[in-house]
Write a protein that binds this ligand. Structure first.
Ligand code: ADP
Length: 306
C-alpha cells in the first residue's frame, strides 16, 4: 500500500453525565486526510483545506502523531499528508482529536504496524497534548473505537466500548463563537458535594445501561449533568432556550458537546432528530450569531478508510 485516504469522525465528549469520561462519534461529519508514503523519512503536511492550521509538522497534531509513530516503529518511510477539515477547530466537536486519531489509524494501516485500538488511542492522545496541553482521551478514543466509549481509567488507560442502539441519532448546533478552553475549564467547580456526585454517577450507570438495553427512555432520563453544565452553559448564548426547544421537539436529552460552544441532542430516529434540528434553528435564526447545524447517525466504526 502506498497511499491511504481516511475519514476521521467528529466526536461529542462528556455526553452530559459522563463529564470527562464518555464520548461518541458522529458518522456524517469529520476530517478527510490522504497519507502517501515517501522514502525520505520526513513528515510533510503538503495541503490543508477548510481551516487555518499550521503546516509545521511539529505544531500540527497530524505531524506530531505521525512523527511519533514513525519513530516508535523505526520506520524507514516518510509521509506526505493532505488534510481536509470539514468542521471548525474550537467547536467542541473534537477537531484536533479527529486529526490525531485519523492519523494514528492511517499510519497504522499504511505501514501495517498492527497496533490495537488502545495503543492507537495512546498515540492520538499525544496529539491532544500538542493541541491543548493535556492527554485527554474521550474524543480520541471515541474517534478510534467508534460508537460510545467510556474512559474508565487513565492509569492504566482503560477504554470501554459501549454498544450503540442503531436508532440513536445526534443533532448538533455549533454557534460560531469562541470560548477559550481555559475559561470553559475555569468555570467548572473543583469540588462537588457527595450528594451531587451520587446523582451524577447514578446517571452514568443509567446511561450505560440504557445504551446496552436500547432503552431510549432510560437514556433520556439519564442525560443530566450536575457538574459542568450548570456553570458552563452561561458561556453559551441561548443554551437554556435551545435545550427547552429541543426537548419539546422530542429530544431524549440535550447537553454541551465537549467544552462547548456546540450543543448536542440525542433522539430516537432520524425524523425526531430533524425535528430537533428545526427547533434549534428556530432559537438561533434571529440571534445574529452564525451557526451550523448537523444531524448525524452515530459512527459505529470510528476512523475508517475511504
Ligand atoms: P474542539 O475540540 O473544541 O473542536 P480542539 O480541542 O480540537 O477544539 O482545538 C483545536 C486546537 O488544536 C486549535 O488551537 C488548533 O490550532 C490546534 N490544532 C493543531 N493541529 C490541529 C489539527 N490538525 N486540527 C485541528 N486543530 C489543530
Amino acid at each position: 500500500m502506498n497511499q491511504i485516504k481516511v475519514f476521521a469522525p467528529a466526536t461529542v465528549a462528556n455526553v452530559s453525565c459522563g463529564y470527562d469520561a464518555m464520548g461518541f462519534a458522529l458518522s456524517e461529519l469529520g476530517d478527510e486526510m490522504v497519507f502517501t508514503k515517501t522514502s525520505d523519512q520526513e513528515v510533510r503536511i503538503i495541503d490543508i483545506q477548510g481551516a487555518d492550521l499550521p503546516y509545521d509538522a511539529d505544531k500540527n497534531v497530524v505531524g506530531v502523531v505521525a512523527q511519533l509513530m514513525l519513530k516508535e516503529s523505526n520506520s524507514e518511510f516518510g509521509l506526505d499528508i493532505k488534510i481536509r477539515k470539514n468542521f471548525k477547530p474550537g467547536s467542541g466537536l473534537g477537531s484536533s482529536a479527529a486529526s490525531a486519531a485519523g492519523t494514528a489509524y492511517a499510519v497504522n494501516q499504511l505501514l501495517d504496524l498492527k497496533y490495537d485500538h488502545l495503543q492507537l488511542t495512546k498515540f492520538a492522545m499525544q496529539g491532544e497534548v500538542a493541541a491543548c496541553g493535556s492527554a485527554i482521551a474521550d474524543n480520541v478514543a471515541a474517534c478510534i473505537y467508534g460508537g460510545f466509549v467510556l474512559v474508565r481509567s487513565y492509569d492504566p488507560l482503560d477504554i470501554v466500548s459501549i454498544p450503540t442502539p442503531s436508532e440513536l441519532v445526534a443533532t448538533v448546533i455549533h454557534p460560531q463563537i469562541e470560548i477559550k478552553t481555559e475559561d470553559a475549564r475555569k468555570v467548572v467547580p473543583q469540588d462537588i458535594p457527595v450528594k451531587t456526585a451520587i446523582a451524577q454517577w447514578a446517571n452514568v450507570g443509567g446511561l450505560i445501561s440504557g445504551l446496552h438495553a436500547s432503552d431510549f427512555e432510560l437514556i433520556g432520563r439519564s442525560l443530566h449533568d450536575y457538574v459542568a453544565e450548570p456553570t458552563r452553559k452561561k458561556l453559551i448564548p441561548h443554551f437554556d432556550k435551545v435545550k427547552t426547544a429541543a426537548t419539546n421537539a422530542g429530544a431524549l436529552g440535550v447537553g454541551i458537546s465537549g467544552s462547548g460552544p456546540s450543543i448536542f441532542a440525542l433522539s430516537k430516529g432520524m425524523f425526531a432528530a430533524k425535528q430537533v434540528a428545526e427547533a434549534m434553528n428556530g432559537v438561533y435564526e434571529n440571534t445574529g450569531i452564525d451557526y451550523a447545524i448537523y444531524v448525524s447517525n452515530i459512527s459505529k466504526s470510528g476512523a475508517r478508510e475511504l
